[in-house]
Unconditional design. Structure first.
Length: 710
């Protein structure tokens, strides 16, 4: 029920003090013969519509939309945004335009939503619904009355708001109770008549609670009639506790169509349930269904119930699609989750590029040559796939004969399947592709199944749009990273080098770790560093730092000066990111290396005799913090055969891993490496690092070995 909030825009009826919203809604529904509806009011200080009162059905039916944002893809929000009446003509129209609603309420009903607005202000919105038998178009009389009624309600809200009168909480409106006829002769005879009937009769109110059950119903259900009263039928009878049966109750009430289902009462009794809806509740007739019980074991394996996907399955499928990262993830999830749920045996996911159809992925086709015929077709070509993508309309073919009647063989090549559903994938109001579901046997597509498939197309489209955007960003990230890091290491006299870079597996897989070798005379230089974060900004800043280091090195600056100049450069750039760095001036001819460090992890040195130690280097703070910071240098011996291991913190730092233990493991690996080739050793360093395997951060490794021939 309502949470009792009373937005200041809402106000009481200034004339009579009667419930303004409830009475206005009830009168509106009565004049246009609608069977349910709701009034929404704008929430104070936020762009949100809140349901103030609902009529005709329990509020639980509309629970996901009790509070909706003005930008939400739902009819009431659209009516407010565009200031017009929004009409949804039926189940397929709802599935195509509002797939999220259709997935929760995949039933046959029509809906109109209108804004509550005056020339000066907007106060909210109203929607009303009709049973599925309503014509697909709204009549002029209905349109005129709804518009006039909403204008009148908006004017009353405006007048009351100006008087600063807040609306008290108004209860929802369900059907009015029938007159009390207890004790009359008619009531007695009616009870006797019902008791004599050989089949069960149960009365449910709009909430699904049992208000009456005759003796035959209690016997068939295996329950006591008194125990059923006031309870939900599917909750009181254990073998009826299935979402499918509750779904039938909801379908009957919303569509106002007679609905039926067959259920197995253990161990082997089949019962038939037929639901007769009205605006006051449901009458349920229960009888034995022996014919169904006899036929059920012989039913074809490919025969499926009329509703293939229940609400619980829909939520599961939606959750699965949100986990898809790239396009191939979407293809795999559709194959693993959706195809089995809807009975399909194969799928093709199609997109468009440069005016042509492109195959994004497929599953279930034994001959890939068949699928390749889709790829590269001009969008102007008349095929089911191109038509669905261009028009945004689904197409269902129950047999090959039906397909070939509209599309000749050259446009529908034999693929070994017998029925197809072509679902347009529409996201953000535009087509992004087509999902083709193929069935091994001829397959009928009833209206409710078409609506479910169309709605699933909407979910797939949203996942596909996100996935294609991710793939594009990922390609951009890798291209940018490749452009900013050295394509290969330059050869330095007297120095052998190998490097590895691994992006973080979180975020955009692009980062600020970098390394470089700079040949100068009479020395050479090596640098490794790590810009804070793993993003495009970090990568771009890394490129600027690397360029700066090369420029300062080429200009002949000492290690201390290179670090100080790079620090000032980073501060001048104003990026508000910090960086660690380790800079080495190498002199293999003299067997020396001079190092300057800015908050970077210390390197490891393996001597020719196999001993390994962590170098304790002097240094300064991270780059980008203090413009006046100094970076003293340390000179280290680098005899022929010595090995330096430079790395970023992603190699040794990870949650649950002690840094000292990680350094000890790295030292042990280097100590036992002997004279292995550096390329092999670089792979081993990365492979044996637990932090590198988890990759919460970028990893860069630079190995340098003095050859003694410089």
């Amino acid at each position: 029920m309502s949470d009792g909030r009373t937005p200041p825009q809402a106000a009481a009826d200034a004339w009579s003090g009667r419930p303004l919203l409830s009475l206005s809604l009830a009168a509106m529904m009565e004049h246009v013969k609608a069977h349910s509806g709701a009034v929404y009011l704008l929430a104070p200080d936020e762009p949100v519509l809140e349901m103030a009162v609902m009529a005709g059905l329990p509020r639980a039916f509309a629970a996901p939309w009790e509070r909706v944002g003005l930008s939400a893809p739902v009819p009431v929000s659209e009516a407010v945004r565009e200031g017009r009446l929004v009409w949804v003509g039926g189940e397929e129209d709802m599935a195509r335009r509002y797939p999220r609603i259709s997935m929760v309420l995949p039933y046959s009903f029509a809906l109109a939503a209108l804004p509550l607005a005056t020339a000066d202000a907007t106060y909210g919105a109203v929607y009303v619904t009709w049973p599925g038998a309503h014509p697909p178009e709204l009549s002029d009389r209905e349109r005129e009355h709804l518009t006039r009624a909403c204008d009148l309600l908006a004017a009353r809200l405006e007048q009351a708001a100006r008087a600063n009168r807040a609306t008290p909480h108004e209860p929802d409106l369900l059907a009015a109770p029938l007159p009390d006829l207890a004790g009359t002769l008619g009531t007695v005879e009616a009870a006797r008549m019902v008791a004599r009937l050989p089949y069960g009769l149960v009365a449910l109110d709009l909430h699904g609670r049992v208000g009456f059950a005759n003796a035959a119903a209690a016997e068939l259900l295996g329950a006591v009639a008194e125990d059923l009263l006031g309870t939900h039928l599917w909750a009181s009878v254990p073998w009826l506790n299935d979402p499918v049966y509750e779904d039938r109750y909801r379908a009957a009430l919303i569509s106002q169509h007679i609905t039926s289902f067959v259920a197995l009462r253990p161990p082997g009794d089949w019962l038939s349930f037929r639901l007769y809806p009205s605006t006051t509740g449901l009458s349920v007739r229960i009888s034995r269904a022996r014919a169904v019980a006899e036929m059920a074991p012989r039913a074809p394996r490919n025969e499926s119930p009329s509703r293939l996907v229940t609400i619980s399955q829909v939520l599961s499928l939606a959750g699965s699609l949100t986990e898809a990262v790239g396009v191939q993830d979407v293809v795999q999830l559709v194959a693993d989750e959706i195809c089995p749920a809807v009975g399909s045996q194969a799928l093709v996911l199609l997109g468009s590029q440069a005016g042509r159809l492109r195959v994004l992925g497929h599953r279930g086709y034994p001959d890939t040559h068949i699928v390749e015929q889709f790829d590269g077709l001009p969008l102007t070509e008349r095929t089911p796939g191109t038509h669905a993508l261009r028009s945004g309309l689904p197409a269902f073919f129950e047999s090959r004969q039906q397909l070939e009647h509209l599309y000749p063989n050259r446009h529908a090549p034999p693929d070994g399947f017998a029925a197809w559903a072509y679902l347009p994938l529409i996201a953000s109001g535009r087509p992004v592709g087509t999902c083709v579901l193929a069935y091994a046997q001829p397959h009928a597509f009833p209206a409710d199944e078409r609506a479910v498939l169309t709605s699933l197309g909407g979910l797939i489209a949203q996942a596909l749009e996100r996935a294609r955007l991710y793939d594009t960003k990922n390609q951009l990230a890798h291209g940018l990273q490749a452009a900013l890091l050295p394509h290969s290491l330059v050869r330095l006299p007297g120095i052998e080098a190998a490097a590895r870079y691994l992006p973080a597996t979180q975020g955009m897989e692009i980062g600020g770790d970098f390394y470089d070798l700079v040949p100068t005379r009479p020395f050479a230089a090596a640098v490794i560093g790590d810009v804070q974060g793993h993003s495009v900004t970090a990568a771009g800043l890394m490129g600027q730092i690397r360029t700066g280091v090369r420029a300062f090195t080429t200009g002949g600056q000492s290690p201390e000066e290179v670090m100080s100049s790079t620090n000032r450069l980073l501060i001048d750039l104003g990026a508000e990111l910090f960086a660690s760095c380790l800079y080495l001036r190498l002199d293999p001819a003299r067997g020396r290396a001079v190092m300057a460090r800015a908050g970077h992890p210390p390197p490891l040195l393996r001597r020719p005799d196999g001993r390994v130690r962590v170098l304790d280097l002097a240094g300064g703070p991270l780059l980008g913090i203090d413009a006046a910071a100094t970076y003293p240098s340390t000179e280290v011996g680098l005899a022929p055969g010595s090995l330096l291991a430079l790395y970023t913190d992603g190699l040794i730092e990870s949650p649950g891993i002690d840094i000292e233990d990680a350094l000890a493991d790295l030292g042990e690996l280097l100590a036992t490496a002997g004279d292995q080739p550096l390329e092999y050793l670089a792979d081993e360093v990365v492979r044996h690092s637990m932090a590198a395997r988890e990759r919460a951060d970028d990893v860069a490794v630079l190995l340098l070995r003095a050859r003694g021939d410089g």
